[in-house]
Design a protein around this ligand. Structure first.
Ligand code: HEC
Length: 441
């Protein structure tokens, strides 16, 4: 939707907040806070989007000032729960606040939420209409559109995970260049919290390049795409794609939460853009689930922290495109470390502020996506916090094991892996090295 200037006009007519013009240029809403809300919050915090309240007008922001302060200081909002002090920090979809932006928001609340001069207010941003296929401009209409079965979401109930299956109807192999997901009815964005789609197909053995992995499970269902508000879809690199096989199926996992208003016939749809028939991209990206719970073994004692670890040896060189940990209410942290064949260790990514109701996909920037030689050991470490100090813990006196319910636990990580041959790997590594400096003469 478009936020029109009318919102602001109403705002200034309606507000008689004193504007304090100080020598030290105090933090004000119009000059300092509004640009941050526009850039980092309003995509979700606008009418008709996923968040429970709008953060568009001065009144909106002032009303929620205390909660904004708490949530941004805890780095829970915006949802980006990665440890910013370690590992790779270049991402395609980084929506986090800088330390300076947090200081501005907190300073504004602590200063009593001053409005500032209307002249400082930046123009309202335009958000793309969320109800059309966003990649159609680039690729034309999607080649294949699949819908989940309709689901009636009651006004009041626990969170629901709806898992229907839809046949793709494909009769031949096709390479996917882009994928997009959206709720069919924009109203339903209010209840559709996030969507996972898994591609179920029979794979030839060894396709994942991870044979002989310790405690791992070879799966023919790979995550096809994950969607949550703030995310449109995925466009693969011009040299890579996902392969869909004949007779494949899409298994949906639609996570909904009740909002006190019944929503009938909730449906989500998947738009798939293919490469032209016969075009085979040089590299194949496959989605891997790296189990951290060592084959569903978790033993989390009451009032205690628990750590679990799992190891995978890369049987072929590869590029990791993203990092998306999955745990439940006791989930606290999950990290990925690489031990290279020369013994060198590198912490690639760590989510140290895990929030069970947010499935954030951290997508590495092209220049930073880890390039792993054959023989690299991936070390995944998950921590669960079953103490009273964890605000999401429903009962610290309960023993917790592996299971599907949110009160049970899990630990795994979804990673898009692009497998490479040795020559290709060396080429990509060489391309990352800074160009040699010209010799002065
Ligand atoms: C990707 C979407 C998204 C973005 C971006 C986002 N939020 Fe949120 N926010 C939500 C959702 C959904 C909720 C409700 C669920 C929850 O609390 O996790 C929420 C909850 C909140 C709450 C708690 C509301 C309450 O009733 O207690 C605050 C405060 C908040 N957000 C502030 C912000 C601020 C400030 C920003 C930007 C700096 C921001 N959010 C960015 C989606 C988002």
């Amino acid at each position: 939707m478009t936020i029109t200037p009318h919102h602001w006009i109403t705002l200034f007519v309606a507000t008689s907040f004193p504007i304090v013009a100080g020598a030290q240029a105090p933090v004000t809403f119009t000059k300092d806070v509004a640009p941050i809300l526009q850039a980092k919050c309003q995509e979700c915090h606008q009418p008709g989007s996923i968040a429970p309240m709008s953060l568009i007008t001065y009144e909106d922001a002032r009303k929620y000032a205390r909660r904004i302060r708490t949530r941004v200081l805890a780095r829970v909002m915006p949802p980006w729960h990665l440890d910013k002090t370690v590992g790779i920090q270049a991402f395609k979809n980084d929506r986090s606040l800088t330390d300076g932006e947090i200081a501005t928001l907190v300073g504004w609340v602590d200063a009593g939420t001053p409005l500032g001069s209307p002249a400082d207010l930046p123009p309202a941003p335009t958000f793309p209409d969320p109800n059309r296929w966003q990649y159609a401009d680039q690729f034309g209409a999607p080649d294949l559109v699949l819908r989940s079965r309709p689901y009636d979401m009651p006004a009041r109930t626990q969170d629901k995970w709806f898992r229907p299956v839809t046949a793709t109807g494909l009769t031949e192999e096709r390479w996917v260049r882009a994928i997009e997901i959206k709720p069919v009815n924009p109203e339903h964005r209010k209840v559709v919290h996030h969507v996972l789609t898994l591609l179920e197909q029979r794979e030839a053995e060894g396709v994942t390049g991870l044979a002989h992995e310790a405690h791992g499970v070879q799966r023919s269902a790979g995550l096809f795409m994950e969607w949550a508000v703030g995310k449109v879809g995925e466009i693969f690199a011009a040299d890579a794609g996902k392969l869909m096989l004949p007779d494949s199926k899409i298994r949906w996992e639609v996570h909904m939460h009740a909002i006190g208003q019944e929503m009938k016939n909730v449906e989500v749809e998947l738009g798939i853009y293919f490469y032209p028939k016969g075009f085979v991209p040089a590299r194949r990206t496959v989605l891997r689930m790296f189990d951290v719970s060592r084959g569903s073994e978790l033993d989390i004692a009451p009032n205690a922290m628990a750590m679990t670890q799992n190891f995978y040896v890369m049987q072929a060189p590869a590029r990791l495109e993203n990092f998306q940990p999955h745990m439940h209410m006791r989930g606290k942290a999950l990290s990925l470390e690489a031990i290279y064949p020369d013994g060198r260790k590198e912490l690639l990514s760590s989510v140290n502020n895990f929030q069970w109701n947010w499935h954030v996909n951290y997508v590495y920037a092209d220049s930073a996506a880890p390039l792993l030689p054959k023989g690299t050991v991936l070390v995944f470490t998950a921590w669960h916090d079953n103490t009273a100090a964890n605000p999401n813990n429903p009962d610290p006196n309960q023993w917790v094991g592996w299971g599907d319910r949110t009160v049970d636990e899990m630990a795994h990580v979804w990673v898009d892996v692009t497998y490479l041959n040795q020559a290709d790997f060396e080429k990509l590594v060489a391309a990352r090295k800074p160009a040699p400096r010209p010799i002065p003469h």
